[in-house]
Design a binder for this molecule. Structure first.
Ligand code: SF4
Length: 135
């Protein structure tokens, strides 16, 4: 499997792609933190661009209305869609895997808290030896 550069990973997270890139087949691609970070970066960039362009366009009502729509449509909404997909993936892990029923599974980042590895839909990384039922 090809290892992506840091710049490629940051760009992929920023783009909030609906399908994971090829290098992310063996691991969960999005986490709650990465989705929130992508949304914040997008909103910050839109806000910065709007502030800079405001000098040219003036503080008209239509301008700031368009900026609000841009915040929602380009910043928050794609992250919300991605978060829904993330929740679906976590739900699938809960249903389909042994790890999903284990007390050491952290659904926020899809991580085994004992081994510190990402859980996939494959066999549990501990091969079942660390499994404990949820309390
Ligand atoms: S201890 Fe084993 S079964 Fe439990 S989450 Fe970790 S890898 Fe999965």
């Amino acid at each position: 499997m090809r290892q992506p550069s840091k710049a490629e990973q940051i760009l992929d997270l920023f783009l909030l792609r609906t399908t994971p890139p090829e290098y992310a087949e063996e691991q969960p691609y999005y986490t709650t933190g990465s989705i929130v970070a992508a949304a914040l970066i997008r909103v910050a960039l839109i806000g910065t661009a709007a502030t800079i362009l405001n000098v040219s366009y003036g503080s008209t009502t239509w301008w700031w209305t368009a900026v609000l729509f841009a915040f929602w449509g380009l910043g928050v909404y794609p992250a919300w869609v991605q978060y829904q997909r993330f929740n679906d993936a976590v739900e699938q892990l809960h249903i389909d895997t042994l790890c999903g029923q284990c007390r050491h599974f952290n659904p926020t980042n899809q991580l085994c808290m004992i081994l510190d590895v990402h859980v996939t839909t494959e066999a549990p990384p501990c091969e079942g030896e660390g499994w404990e039922p949820k309390g």
